[in-house]
Ligand binder design. Sequence first.
Ligand SMILES: Nc1ncnc2c1ncn2[C@@H]1O[C@H](COP(=O)(O)OP(=O)(O)OP(=O)(O)O)[C@@H](O)[C@H]1O
Ligand SMILES: Cc1cn([C@H]2C[C@H](O)[C@@H](COP(=O)(O)O)O2)c(=O)[nH]c1=O
Length: 212
Amino acid sequence: MTDSTASKGKFISFEGIDGAGKSTHIGFVAATLAARGKRVVSSREPGGTALGEKLRDLLLHEKMHLETEALLMFASRREHIAQVIEPALARGDWVISDRFTDASFAYQGGGRGLDRAKMEALEQWVHPHLQPDLTLLFDVPLDVARARLDATRTLDKFEQEKADFFAACRNEYLRRAAQFPARIVVIDSTQSIAQIQAALGDILDKLLQVID
Ligand SMILES: Nc1ncnc2c1ncn2[C@@H]1O[C@H](COP(=O)(O)OP(=O)(O)OP(=O)(O)O)[C@@H](O)[C@H]1O
Ligand SMILES: Cc1cn([C@H]2C[C@H](O)[C@@H](COP(=O)(O)O)O2)c(=O)[nH]c1=O
């Protein structure tokens, strides 16, 4: 949970393996919150700042050592937290981030095999007192995600990975959902977009009821 003494807004992260469908729903969640009178800041990782977007370009297109990749993800995150997330929460705005630290555990940890303890050390260093209030984990079988990706785009470095990489990412996401059930809500992303939006509406209603 966010540190209530340091922040007044709420922080929602979107997660899932590439092609799970998370980005499709960010606009819907932002519009739902805005209709309920919340000021919303939408952002993404890696990225979200001028420097973070430069790091994103490197991360998504250049080969690099696994630990360099993990460190650059957290470098982008440090900048994102300092420049975007913390100021927005302090103003009372809601922050929606397309990925946050669960992605590092899933991709660099699960997918690439980086020791979880190293990731935990980076997390403690970079954001010891900040966690999303809610994480929406869009979960789909690998073949569904792959078919969605193949239908739509030129693949980046991560999206070109093989099925066993994404299986390990997905397992780590689901392991974390089991570890943090109060924060991470798993959404069956094989459902239609309309069904998912109905489920998201219910989740947001509950979150807003707790607050209002
Ligand atoms: N529930 C759904 N049913 C059918 N198609 C979907 C669904 N959700 C998303 N899609 C389609 O799948 C494709 C990938 O969706 P999207 O870009 O949201 O995935 P993503 O998880 O954000 O991927 P990435 O993390 O790689 O950006 C898009 O063409 C989108 O329209
Ligand atoms: C934050 C973060 C991201 N990644 C990977 C996951 C995706 O393949 C890309 C981001 O692309 P998206 O389509 O915009 O989601 O980066 C990662 O490996 N580790 C991270 O911490």
